[in-house]
Design a protein around this ligand. Sequence first.
Ligand code: CP
Ligand code: NVA
Length: 330
Amino acid sequence: MNLKGRNFLTLKDFSPEEITYLIDLAADLKDKKKKGIPVNHYVGKNVALIFEKTSTRTRCSFEVAAHDMGMGTTYLDPSGSQIGKKESIPDTARVLGRMYDGIEYRGYGQEIVEELAKYAGVPVWNGLTNEYHPTQMLADLLTIREHLGDYKGLKFVYMGDARYNMGNSLMIACAKMGMHFVACTSKEYFPSKELVAQCEEYAKASGGSVALTEDVESGTKDADVIYTDVWVSMGEPDEVWAERIKVLSPYQVNKKVMDNAKDSAIFMHCLPAFHDLKTKIGKEVYEKFGMKELEVTDEVFESKQSVVFDEAENRMHTIKAVMVATLGEQ
Ligand code: CP
Ligand code: NVA
């Protein structure tokens, strides 16, 4: 398998075999890291990390992975460069492409990262857009494989806003890898018809399926994986909070939901999560709406079934695999 020179913008662009190759590579890199075997022969290469939205996991994963590999990094924060304000994306891409071996971009519309990739001349990696979060998918797939063995035939349930980056990306990943994906949410939060149709095609080829339901009882019954994400994403206006809380509260992941899933079921969340009052936003939402927990209860988040910190760690190993594969295995 050779992915040298490829961009990593959405899993739609990758075949199940290529995705499996990236997961296998990540597992190998993780094993090497645990054993203290260095993979540091990328000295002399440099990567630019553009973040128009904030990040903990994605930024740290790119930086640690790059440093492990011997590469230099430049972090461009949401306000610290000319990007998109004084300088267009095509010009930025051509400038950075002359200096760097790869570019990570986190921001708003998918069209921005696509445009960056069109002009950069070096691999561009999507670190999250409104529409997709593909590096998170690799971490989630590796985590599922570590806990449940294989993907084929697993019932994967996503609860919450299924029209946004996480819902879209998980539906694509599940459909490509042969899982039975269920979006269990209010119908105004169902993914777009176009993406559902595309994923149904992927599922036909992989033996998986795609289903949409508003019914929590049947939707989560005997699930292998229960996944949720924040109800209000980065960049969305504060005004949407009230509506989200009203409509999505029946889709909170709580003990009743986990009890309805298989005994062996795992709970997943890309993080950050809203499960207690230990954050600034958490306190504000509590003061305004009286909610101590939102998309997941603290009980589930802290339970044995929760694998959220394995997912977080796997962000680093899988992002390292994306860089190794697209910069070229050496
Ligand atoms: N899951 C994830 O992308 O986390 P960050 O926003 O902290 O990067
Ligand atoms: N849907 C969330 C994902 C965070 C990793 C957001 O876009 O903010």
